[in-house]
Design a protein around this ligand. Structure first.
Ligand code: HPA
Ligand code: ZN
Length: 347
């Protein structure tokens, strides 16, 4: 892919970033739960949360690392009880995604956060899946679900979760691995991922967010994942960078998340441009937009403003998002054609 674009005026770049169709490949649906909805569900379900109101909760969103975020993120998710709750959360995200010209969303969910509280797997998947189906019909957004295993829990817990998901495998396209990274290397889930692979599920894993390049290697070689979520630490290992480029392994990068969790001191120092220069299939995503200060277009506009990336990189990132998606070849080509049409209008 060698498209380059005439420099477009800096003041038109935000409009281009917003208008271009894109896929979002790294969004935790529980991380799209806005404080207003947390309080509404807390009231609806009679579940107390230890914050006086929306403003106090938002003020608590001052994170120092991944774990400091996860503690609040799991507390926020505790208000989700019924299938309608899961539907409302996912629908709110999908409407925002549609407004950001997301044409395809591959959505993570963390069932163990809910089943551990006595919420059935069926409840979780029913609500999320209905929202995805409605998104296609009412918003024209193609949406699919990826079940994530929590890596701070045991292999046995992950196997039990897979067992509970077995009746609903037609409603998920793959599995992922998230939560506390350091101290929980991918190898811990080698057998679970082998089973999922045998079931024909797509495989992804968070690796190299805070953890070392070794975790990216083992996600690739032991878990045999098709995409790496985050992966920004890969730049510390030249051989790994070559491997990622050679095999065209997509990296689902989340710049505002990395800034908020202090993975980089600020957006100016983010390595997205370096990943693209090295020929990697990098993409831009929002991770947990309700917690990190913005949805996907906000990630694009803030990162481009801070790092000086331009139209050529915008095109590459959007195109990478379609190439890296798990949609079929026809859908990918249709979305790339739409992308080309939007860029042609801006030239
Ligand atoms: N990393 C790991 N686990 C997560 C994240 C993340 O960025 N967001 C939600 N769970
Ligand atoms: Zn994530």
């Amino acid at each position: 892919m060698t498209n380059t674009f005439r420099p477009i005026a800096a003041d038109r770049l935000p409009a281009l970033l917003a208008a271009m169709p894109k896929a979002e490949l790294h969004i935790h649906i529980e991380g799209s739960l806005e404080p207003e909805l947390i309080f509404a569900l807390s009231q609806r379900n009679g579940i107390a949360i230890p914050y006086a109101g929306v403003e106090e909760l938002r003020r608590a969103y001052a994170f120092t690392n991944l774990q400091s975020f996860l503690d609040i993120y799991y507390a926020g998710a505790s208000v989700l009880i019924t299938a309608q709750d899961f539907y409302d959360m996912a629908w709110a995200y999908l409407r925002k995604a549609a407004a950001d010209n997301v044409a395809r969303a591959e959505i993570f969910f963390d069932p163990q956060t809910h089943t551990a509280r006595g919420v059935d797997m069926a409840t979780v998947i029913d609500g999320l899946h209905r929202a995805c189906a409605d998104a296609q019909k009412q918003l024209g957004v193609s949406a699919a679900l990826i079940l994530c295993f929590l890596r701070h829990l045991s292999e046995e817990d992950a196997f039990q979760t897979l067992e509970q998901a077995q009746p609903f495998l037609d409603k998920i396209i793959g599995v992922g691995l998230d939560s506390s990274e350091v101290g929980h290397p991918p190898e811990k889930f080698a057998r679970v991922f082998a089973r999922c692979r045998a079931l024909g599920l797509h495989l992804v894993a968070h690796a190299g967010e805070e953890g070392p390049p070794a975790y990216v290697w083992s996600a690739l070689d032991v878990l045999k994942v098709e995409r790496i979520d985050h992966g920004v630490q890969s730049v510390r290992d030249a051989a790994l960078m070559q491997r990622l480029a050679r095999d065209r392994i997509p990296l689902t990068v989340c710049p505002l998340s990395n800034q908020k969790l202090c993975v980089f001191p600020d957006l100016q120092h983010h390595n997205l441009g370096r990943l693209l220069e090295a020929g990697l299939v990098a993409t831009v995503n929002s991770d947990d937009p309700a917690y990190f200060g913005g949805y996907i277009n906000e990630n694009f506009t803030q990162t481009f403003a801070a790092t000086g990336l331009g139209a050529t990189q915008a095109y590459q990132l959007a195109r990478n998002s379609f190439e890296g998606s798990f949609g079929d070849a026809t859908q990918k080509q249709q979305l790339i054609d739409r992308l080309d049409e939007v860029f042609a209008k801006f030239e």
